[in-house]
Structures are given as C-alpha cells and as structure tokens.
Design a protein around this ligand. Structure first.
Ligand code: C5P
Length: 231
C-alpha cells in the first residue's frame, strides 16, 4: 500500500516546516504546503521542503481567468509538485486551460485537482452566494464538471467520498481533508471521519494537519495513524 497520508505544514516558518517535515517523513506519503507557507516562503521555501524527498501537494487554490490560471500552473511546474489545486468555480474553460498547461510537463506532470465546495461552507452560506443546491449536490455537480474538463480529481469532505466516487468512477482522485483520529480535537473542522474510515471509503490522499503537527510527538502521531490504516 502506498502511504496516502499528506501532512499539512501550515506555518510561515521555513525552519519549522523543515523540522516537522523531516520528523514525519518516515511515516507519511507526502507533505502539503498551503497559502500561508507559499506566500511567506515562496518558491525557494517550497524547493527547500522538496529537498526532504517527499511528494508535495501545493494547495494554492488558483481561481482566475483561464490565461492567468494557466500562467500560475506554468510558474509552479519547475517545482515538480505531485498535486496542485484550482477552484472548480472558475469554470470549464479555466479548468481545461490548467489541465492543458500541466500536460506540458509530460509524464511527471502534477495531478490538477479541483476544489469543489469549501468544507467551511454550509447550505446557508451557499444560499448567501446564490447557490440553491445542497452542499453535497453542488460538490458532486462540480466534481463531474471537473472530470469533464480534464482534471485528475477533486478535494472533498470525507462525507462526500461515496457520492463523488459513484459519479466520477474509480480512477478519479479524491483528496480528503477533515480527518480526525478517534477522540482528537476537531478544531474548526465540522464533518470529520477517522483516517481508517476515510481510507476504507476510498480516499486516495488524506490531508492531515493538526492531529500530527500539534501532537507532543508528531512522528509518533504520524506513525500511529499510518499503522491504523493497516489494522
Ligand atoms: O489541521 P487540519 O487537519 O484540519 O488541516 C487540514 C488541512 O487541509 C488544512 O491545511 C486546510 O487548509 C486544508 N483543507 C481543508 N478543507 C478543505 C481544503 C483544504 O481543511 N476543503
């Protein structure tokens, strides 16, 4: 089994990211760098984390006109990430432009993954911005559009794994945050599943932050979660 755990290094501090990344490296499949880290530490910081030797997920959530998003993808290709994400709400032409740009990196191209409905939005938040579907129906509809537009998969809530898998098939990659080992503090995550539940439902990648990064011993926390997947 390839290790599906990607640890979210949510920090603005390069030394802290490197220390955490090297501590958990033996127990995880990759590292996720998001807006905080990428804006604070830039391409040099990303390249320094890449030196740890683990696949990287650049969680940069691009959302703009097609030409600009294609330019954003082009700019990160030299960093050789395994995964880059964009917002599906940018529409079909934007997603097609991103997928086409990624193809230029050849066989080592990154997966281009779509963000559907942010897990911080509930049905009433969606209604405020004019979306009348339920959050799950909206997530499934956007996942189908992402697939039609040439994306490799989507980020989704663990609660939406089954519905999206059913519509989009076994090859479509599901990248799943909102993971909490039994008894771990939820923080701001609302609808969570345990690592083994999400894995059994078919998550391809599980993005896990605070249960590992805020643990007294992050390496042990990562090891225990990895172990729980094979129990
Ligand atoms: O600490 P925690 O495990 O909640 O971290 C989850 C990570 O996944 C964070 O980096 C967060 O930005 C990211 N994420 C998320 N929900 C999404 C997309 C990304 O929690 N829908």
């Amino acid at each position: 089994m390839k290790n599906p755990i990607f640890v979210a290094l949510d920090t603005v501090d390069l030394d802290q990211a490197l220390a955490l990344g090297s501590a958990v490296a033996p127990h995880v499949g990759g590292l996720k760098l998001g807006l905080e880290f990428c804006h604070a530490c830039g391409p040099q910081g990303i390249a320094a984390v890449a030196e740890l030797g683990l696949p990287l997920f650049l969680d940069i959530k691009l959302h703009d006109i097609p030409n600009t998003v294609a330019g954003g993808i082009r700019a990160v290709l030299p960093l050789a990430p395994m995964i880059v994400n964009i917002h599906t709400f940018g529409g079909r032409a934007m997603m097609e432009a991103a997928a086409k740009e990624a193809q230029k990196a050849g066989k080592d191209r990154p997966w281009i993954i779509g963000v559907t409905v942010l897990t911080s939005l509930d049905d009433s938040d969606l209604s405020d911005v004019g979306v009348t579907k339920s959050s799950q129906d909206q997530a499934v509809a956007l996942a189908q559009l992402a697939k039609d537009s040439g994306l490799d998969g989507v980020v989704c809530s663990p609660m939406d794994i089954e519905a999206i898998r059913k519509e989009c098939g076994p090859e479509f990659k599901l990248i799943v945050p909102g993971i909490r080992p039994a008894g771990a503090p939820l923080g701001d995550q609302k609808r969570v599943l345990t690592p083994s539940e999400a894995y059994q439902l078919g998550a391809d990648v599980m993005v896990i932050g605070r249960p590992i990064t805020q643990a007294d011993d992050p390496a042990e926390a990562a090891r225990a979660i990895a172990q729980s997947l094979s129990d």
